[in-house]
Write a protein that binds this ligand. Structure first.
Ligand SMILES: [Zn+2]
Length: 165
């Protein structure tokens, strides 16, 4: 192992980090400690296992709790929350970019489930709106609201919404 700081080759194993037991190292010459290179969970999960990420988001959209989504997908609940935040930001960007000067429906249904963090609530709301507007076929319109408004020509999949399709 090469030291990140001084490029010495004199590093020794120095315990593990986290549940995934990522190897840590300490440089003998400068005493700095660092982890072995490892994949970050969130983006890595979304890119390396797009089906799993889409399935987790789909569960959340269908109203599953974080913990039941955790049990169904096998992803850790912290990963699921990070996915939710990522998906929410993306949904927000898509809606900001595509939905200009339209009449929109906001909060058709007041939910009785709230997030503990405002950032998580914002992400969840953005995701649900994007899903409602782009992915879910409206019963009375028979197409998605985005199609009705002429923004897109097809029903988006969750994977498309996440940008992994
Ligand atoms: Zn060093």
């Amino acid at each position: 192992m090469t030291c990140r700081r001084c490029q010495h080759q004199t590093c020794k194993r120095f315990g593990y980090f986290g549940k995934r037991r990522i190897q840590r190292w300490r440089c003998n010459s400068c005493q700095s400690t660092f982890c072995e290179p490892h994949a970050k969970l969130t983006r890595a999960t979304m890119i390396s296992q797009p089906e799993l990420a889409a399935r987790a988001i789909q569960c959340l959209l269908e109203g599953c709790s974080i913990r039941s989504t955790e049990r169904i997908t096998g992803l850790n609940r912290n990963t699921i929350m990070r996915l939710l935040v990522l998906a929410g930001h993306r949904s927000q960007r898509i809606m900001d970019a595509m939905m200009r000067g339209l009449e929109c429906r906001y909060f058709t249904r007041l939910t009785n489930a709230f997030s503990k963090k405002l950032s998580h609530l914002k992400a969840a709301v953005a995701l649900h709106f994007a899903y409602y507007n782009f992915c879910r076929v409206h019963t009375s319109l028979r197409v998605t609201p985005a199609m009705e408004a002429g923004l897109t020509a097809h029903v988006w999949s969750v994977a498309e919404l996440l940008g992994t399709a």
